[in-house]
Design a protein around this ligand. Structure first.
Ligand code: CUA
Length: 344
């Protein structure tokens, strides 16, 4: 492990980022992006769970208020020493009846909450309509591999950390674990489902409103667990069809011969760019990397400056990442960055 992964350094960076975010000055995505909101949802896989969360929350608050009121009342009306002989703790004034009533009410409420929870979880286990799309998602340290399946093998394509889906369409997610256990969670669209090595898990999402929905790995998976973000872009069926057709197409040929040579030499062993002599399977597919909103698993905005920083020394931006420092000259770094931004 490099010295960049020093825990104190990571702690310092996290604290600094937190303070910057608080004052809205962070250069990373976290500062101005919407929060991971699970209390206001936008899809049939998440809505019933949000209603359940609000309902159980309200019941819990009500119970706390009632119990606190009774407790304060009991303390207020404490019995005086003259009421009972010293050491006699038996309830007075038929007090035992209140214990029976209290336990009875609690049992009814708890059973109702349990039934509501079971009914909700059963209801969101499967979509009401048959799913019309299947996407395979594999959790890696620390990024998401995304594979769009198709009956036609030529239409299967890979991307990373950013899913596009058409609105009002149930999408079947098949979840795999690439190394350790991760958990896929896009709170506005569905609950959490783990990605476990050696096991296949199923989930589904559906968005009723167009928009960008942020997600996050929610199973602690190592140093950069907190920087294992994902986003779902929900768009109209027409926009989605255009996006999909573009993703299926091979990489757009760049005019820079030197940039392509550098890309194949330095990136091709780990990354794929379809159409180029780059077929590595270790890191994210980069065929259309420049068309994504973010890089580094939703950590940095996808612009030339951030891409250059990332290509230059990824472990400095994300300690622990498997992508090494490329040790490129400034000239090669610029040429390679100029090439990567053309992979639209
Ligand atoms: Cu992946 Cu936490």
């Amino acid at each position: 492990m490099s010295s960049n992964a020093d825990p104190l350094r990571v702690l310092w960076r996290s604290l600094r980022l937190y303070v910057l975010c608080m004052f809205g000055q962070a250069s990373t995505a976290l500062a101005s992006e919407p929060p991971l909101d699970y209390l206001h949802t936008n899809g049939p896989a998440a809505d019933p769970v949000a209603h359940l969360a609000w309902g159980l929350g309200a019941i819990s608050v009500l119970v706390t208020v009632v119990v606190t009121g009774l407790l304060v009342g009991a303390i207020w009306h404490k019995r005086t020493p003259s009421d009972a002989p010293k050491g006699d703790i038996r309830p007075r004034n038929n007090g035992l009846a209140f214990v029976y009533i209290g336990v009875g009410i609690s049992i009814v409420i708890l059973f109702a909450c349990t039934a509501w929870t079971i009914e909700t979880l059963a209801g969101v286990a499967r979509p009401a309509a048959a799913d019309r799309m299947t996407i395979e998602i594999t959790g890696h340290q620390w990024w998401w591999e995304v594979r769009y399946l198709s009956p036609n093998s030529e239409d299967v394509f890979l991307t990373a950390n950013e899913l596009h889906i058409p609105i009002d369409t149930p999408v079947h997610l098949v979840l795999y674990g690439g190394d350790v256990i991760h958990s896929f969670w896009v709170p506005k669209l569905a609950g959490k489902t783990d990605t476990i090595p050696g096991q296949t898990n199923d989930a589904w999402i559906e968005a009723t409103t167009p928009g960008v929905y942020r997600g996050q790995c929610t199973e602690y998976c190592g140093l950069q667990h907190a920087h294992m973000g994902v986003r779902v872009v929900a768009e109209s069926p027409t926009e989605f069809a255009a996006w999909r057709a573009h993703q299926i197409a091979p990489a757009t040929a760049s005019t820079s011969v030197q940039g392509e040579r550098l890309f194949v030499a330095h990136c091709g062993a780990c990354h794929t760019a379809r159409g180029l002599k780059a077929g590595g399977l270790v890191g994210p597919d980069l065929t259309h990397v420049a068309s994504r909103q973010m890089i580094a698993a939703d950590m940095l905005y996808n612009n030339r400056e951030n891409l250059r920083r990332w290509i230059s020394d990824a472990p400095r931006e994300k300690p622990g990442t498997q992508m090494p420092n490329m040790n490129l000259s400034a000239q090669d770094l610029d040429a390679l960055t100029d090439f990567v931004v053309t992979l639209r």
